[in-house]
Design a protein around this ligand. Structure first.
Ligand code: FAD
Ligand code: SF4
Ligand code: SF4
Length: 1006
């Protein structure tokens, strides 16, 4: 879905108008637009968005095309090449070696439209797909048949199958299943001359073969060349291709001709497309084979006193029919123990462990897991190599160990400062029985370069993710990277390995490919490339390069040379401005460091569980990912865009305003890119420069409007429904006329509390005393939730009061970027609460966004011991009940699970973003509800966002994801703590009532 308020027709922006080649770009873009049905984006923003991927590289493309089908791809290739511009296909862009960026290319983003699963043939264990389908989406569709696509890259929740074929991806289970080339049976691809090739098994010298090669066309030339090259180089292929489960460097000359199941000698060019990284053609369809999903698995984690002993144990582990052998070292454990998110997962692992090997057993290979684990334990622990074992049989226990293993990269990438563990030789692979010696020598290489690294990943397949810690913003760091790569590639060859065993060649490895294969095969690669793509239009210089302009290929310098030190995202010249900020960014290493923490991994494009990133989920547009926003921000602070661009209307509207500020990225982004905080700071700076508009002022002061509305209720409620009233709101304040505005109650929560004579529990009789914060929505529009909170707390023996001297929390002002106002309010509340908190009071909130405002935003706005004390005493109501197990004191007779209703629970994104959301589910279950916690993101309302006229469609699109989750849930009804979420749910077609807050459900049990 294209977001309507983004100008899709923009081709060459004003920013580009002065560039010398602007005319050429305009012509190319215009020609593409006239031939392609999908979108064409050629302006500076699009180029920034597609200049990076998950790697250390950066190169601006010419522009981006979003093909809808094979005809679009053909048209785009034709137009680009006839304008002298190379072509680069792209999926999610999560590649780590720089193979998804290409200077001056037309990028074809196949992940937006070409995402269909065309056919599943369960009996044959085959599926036909379009390249842009996300691998987890494919697996979800296959689950009904008990099948899956076997290669399982850690990035499978956002990576496309087309990209996986492009890279020859694989994952932790390659020990059992091998890699993508084994499962790619056929591909349909568009070649650089616009012709379409159906690559599949063709029996050599069969009538079909003779017919193909007898023609005078590109396809015939390809078949003839590939056969000649493979047959002429048979001995070199035998000698030079390492005997490994994972070998991703170079073209698959060793796999393209083979004997098939019928005993025929066949050529299958699909195997050559696998791992070709977009250099041979654009895959528009693929047929993949599938495997059955094991019903159950178990894990055993063996703990070693040193890394060397763990490495020595790898070949032994492989003797036991295990489906994965994964390594983690003490650096990973140390970082996990120090982190908020992963500390609990590292707890079962003894402190003494310097390294651990995690073995997986599956039910297709083992009948009795405990017996299987006992056998490996006898071999490792009883014989003394390992000193302990952690066993995991339940799904939850296994999931925690996998989470710890997969956290390694993000934990390492979030290290403070400029030196970072960068990927460039991080997936070199050697035979598992040579791993121990290889690692010892690798450590010596790191010592020689005065650096260190963590050791982890797929030990069972001989692939360790070793990322040396370097500063790539300094010339010395860049040269060290090159020198380490020289040394490590020598070492890999000495150990019969492959420079890449997982992540591909890209800009990082292509320079070294000739060293691995020698001159004859290097020449063979060039001949194969030229047969497919005589003019080297397809992603030139990747996987294979030309040794000079006179080398085979075009009479131009396209595809000449490769140097891993070029096109770096940072580099010695990189500089960024560090703006003066109002919020405190010290904890994040500064504003620019927080922006630069985005490494392009693409996790913010995942659509499974987690909150991040709702706007991408609804729009499927790169600019609406956390990554897109971070990339544009980095461009503006580092000079790739003019600094003033930060204040342009376009930047404000498309980059900042469309971020709903849900805080999902704060917790879900592996490196913690907190875009909501960056946005608040930037909006604030923009307001300082450009002022605020009427609507921003209205929402920032929504408490005043609500107070008036409540005082005038029910008149104010009728007035808002008068004919024309919505039109007036739209004209005056830009409020969407389709939105139902909140109604106000005449008796506020504070009035009710006073009228009932205050609390019923004397302070002297209570263990705890709570100040219930009268937030704007609860107080003026929905007092029922506040009353339920008071009644529940009192039933639990808590002394409660509702103060009438509070300021609004400042959340509304903060979200709008009115930080001075937010700070004023924060100061007022801290001043009012500090003494009471010192006197033992807790501050409790019905509204999650206000609770999080106190807990997470106040420390960014204010300093001081009084602030810290108030922050430490602030709780959401469900968090409060859970933390002190107050619900256990409630007079509820029967607490058995399911005795009460089945309810669906939609948590608040701000609480999810601060790891506070689990409390509600625990409490609801303990009082008897059968709770289905929905895997939902932000509701799309996000405070005032959903009321904005121009954001209404996006808000509703995000909301629909929530509505679908509610519909699919077995709950009798839905509960949600957030006022915005309840408004969004209540504003759904066919729904009349606002759903309850979970505290109302708890109160109902009294
Ligand atoms: C944190 C993290 C963990 C990762 N873990 C793994 C892992 O465990 N195993 C692993 O193998 N990789 C891993 N990767 C690398 C990467 O995510 C995978 O290789 C993934 O399969 C790439 O999919 P993509 O859609 O992002 O492809 P992209 O990065 O978009 O493209 C990959 C290559 O394929 C080409 N390509 C894309 N689509 C087409 C097409 N239709 N036709 C022709 N060529 C095409 C591109 O030009 C590019 O060269 C990881 C990356 C990150 C950031
Ligand atoms: S914002 Fe975070 S999740 Fe998204 S690409 Fe950047 S680092 Fe990855
Ligand atoms: S705050 Fe929410 S909407 Fe904004 S970038 Fe982060 S996850 Fe996306």
């Amino acid at each position: 879905m294209a977001i309507e308020n983004v100008d899709q027709s923009r081709i060459v922006s004003e920013l580009d108008a002065d560039r010398p080649d602007a005319d050429a770009y305009r012509k190319l873009a215009t020609a593409l637009r006239s031939r392609v049905d999908g979108g064409v984006e050629f302006d500076e923003y699009a180029r920034v968005l597609y200049a990076t991927d998950g790697s250390i590289y950066r190169a601006e493309p010419a522009g981006v095309v979003f093909p809808t089908d094979v005809d679009d791809v053909r048209a785009a290739v034709d137009v680009a090449t006839s304008h002298g511009v190379p072509v680069l296909p792209r999926g999610t862009g999560s590649s780590l070696a720089g193979q998804t960026v290409g200077p001056g290319c037309v990028v074809l983003d196949l992940s937006r439209h070409m995402t269909d699963i065309l056919e599943v043939r369960p009996d044959e264990q085959r599926a036909r797909i379009q390249p842009g389908v996300v691998q987890d989406d494919l697996d979800d569709a296959l689950a009904a048949y008990g099948l899956k696509f076997a290669p399982d890259p850690a990035s499978s929740n956002r990576a496309t199958v087309g990209g996986g074929i492009g890279n020859n991806s694989t994952g932790a289970h390659s020990v059992r299943y091998g890699i993508t080339d084994a499962y790619t049976e056929a591909v349909t691809a568009v070649l650089s001359d616009g012709s379409v090739i159906d690559a599949r098994e063709v029996v050599l010298d069969s009538p079909e073969w003779d017919e193909i090669v007898s023609k005078d066309d590109r396809e015939a030339e390809i078949y003839r060349t590939v056969r000649r090259v493979v047959e002429d180089n048979a001995d070199e292929i035998e000698a030079r291709y390492p005997d490994l489960k994972r070998r991703v460097t170079g073209y698959n000359l060793d796999r393209v001709i083979y004997e098939n199941e019928d005993g025929d000698r066949v050529m299958n060019l699909a195997k050559l497309f696998v791992g070709s990284e977009g250099t041979l053609g654009v895959i528009v369809e693929a047929e993949v084979s599938l495997v059955t999903v094991p019903e159950e698995t178990a894990l055993a984690l063996y703990c070693f006193d040193d890394l060397d002993a763990a490495m020595e144990a790898v070949p032994v582990a492989l003797e036991y029919d295990v489906s994965a052998v994964e390594l983690m070292d003490d650096e990973v454990f140390r970082l996990a123990a120090d982190s908020d998110g992963y500390a609990e997962y590292v707890e079962p692992i003894p402190d003494r462990a310097a390294a651990a090997l995690m073995l997986e057993y599956d039910s297709e290979l083992h009948d009795d897991f405990e017996a299987a684990v006992a056998r490996t334990t006898a071999r490792f622990v009883d014989e003394g190599a390992a000193f302990d074992v952690v066993e995991a049989y339940t799904d939850d226990a296994q999931e925690e160990l996998w989470k710890l293993r997969k956290a390694a990269i993000p934990l390492l990438m979030s290290l403070d400062g400029d030196p970072k563990p960068y990927p460039f030789i991080e997936d070199a692979t050697v035979p598992p029985d040579e791993l121990a010696d290889y690692v010892r020598k690798f450590e010596a290489v790191l010592d020689d370069h005065d650096t260190s690294a963590a050791y982890f990943a797929h030990a069972g397949s001989g692939t360790l993710h070793i990322r040396p810690i370097l500063n790539l913003k300094a010339e010395a760091g860049i040269e060290a990277m090159h020198s380490i790569t020289e040394d490590v590639t020598d070492l890999v060859l000495e150990h019969h390995g492959s420079f890449s065993g997982e992540h591909g060649d890209g800009m990082a490895r292509t320079e070294f490919t000739p060293k691995m294969y020698g001159p004859a095969l290097w020449d063979a690669f060039k001949q194969v490339k030229t047969a497919f793509d005589p003019e080297w239009w397809m992603h030139p210089g990747n996987v294979v390069y030309r040794d000079g302009p006179d080398d085979i290929g075009p009479a131009a310098d396209r595809g000449v040379g490769a140097d891993m030190r070029e096109n770096l995202r940072y580099g010695a010249d990189y500089q960024s401005i560090e703006p003066q900020t109002t919020l405190d960014f010290e904890g994040e290493g500064g504003f620019s460091h927080l922006v630069e923490l985005c490494n392009g991994c693409g996790t913010c494009r995942q659509t499974g569980d987690d909150v991040m990133c709702p706007t991408y989920r609804a729009s499927k547009e790169e600019i609406q990912t956390t990554r897109g926003r971070a990339n544009l921000l980095r461009a503006a602070i580092s000079g790739d865009l003019p600094e003033e661009e930060l204040h342009s209307e376009r930047f404000q509207e498309e980059v900042l305003d469309l971020c709903v500020g849900c805080k999902g990225c704060k917790s879900d982004c592996p490196t913690g890119v907190d875009m909501a905080k960056l946005k608040a700071e930037l909006k604030h700076q923009h307001h300082r420069a450009a002022g605020t508009d009427r609507r921003e002022r209205l929402f920032a002061n929504i408490d005043t409007a609500s107070r008036v509305g409540s005082a005038l209720a029910p008149l104010s409620n009728w007035a808002s429904e008068l004919p024309g009233a919505r039109l007036v709101m739209q004209k005056l304040f830009g409020i969407a006329p389709e939105r139902t505005l909140p109604t106000f109650t005449r008796e506020t929560l504070v009035d009710w509390f006073e009228a009932r004579g205050g609390t019923t529990v004397a302070r002297a009789d209570a263990d705890r005393s709570a100040l219930l914060f009268p937030d704007t929505y609860t107080n003026y529009s929905y007092p029922a939730a506040g009353k339920a909170a008071v009644e529940t707390l009192e039933a639990a023996g808590v002394h409660v009061t509702i103060p009438d001297d509070t300021a609004p929390s400042g959340r509304a002002a903060f979200s709008t970027g009115l930080l001075d106002r937010a700070e004023e309010r924060a100061r007022a509340n801290v001043d009012r609460f500090a003494d009471r908190v010192a006197g033992g009071w807790d501050v409790v909130f019905v509204e999650p966004s206000d609770a999080v405002m106190f807990q997470d935003e106040y420390p960014d706005l204010l300093d001081g011991a009084d602030v810290a004390a108030v922050v430490d005493s602030a709780y959401g109501i469900m968090e409060y009940l859970d933390t002190y197990r107050l619900d256990e004191a409630l007079p509820i007779e029967d607490r058995s699970l399911g005795v009460a209703d089945a309810i669906s629970y939609h948590g608040h994104c701000n609480q999810k973003g601060t790891n506070k959301d689990h409390h509600a589910v625990g409490v609801l279950r303990r009082v008897g509800y059968d709770v289905d916690p929905l895997d939902t993101t932000c509701c799309g309302m996000a405070g005032s966002f959903g009321y904005h006229d121009e954001h209404y469609d996006l808000s509703k699109s995000i909301g629909r994801l929530l509505f679908d989750a509610v519909d699919e849930s077995d709950g009798d009804y839905v509960v949600a703590p957030g006022g915005s979420c309840r408004s969004q749910l209540g504003d759904r077609d066919g729904v009349d009532d606002i759903p309850p807050h979970p505290i109302e459900a708890v109160a109902d049990r009294l």
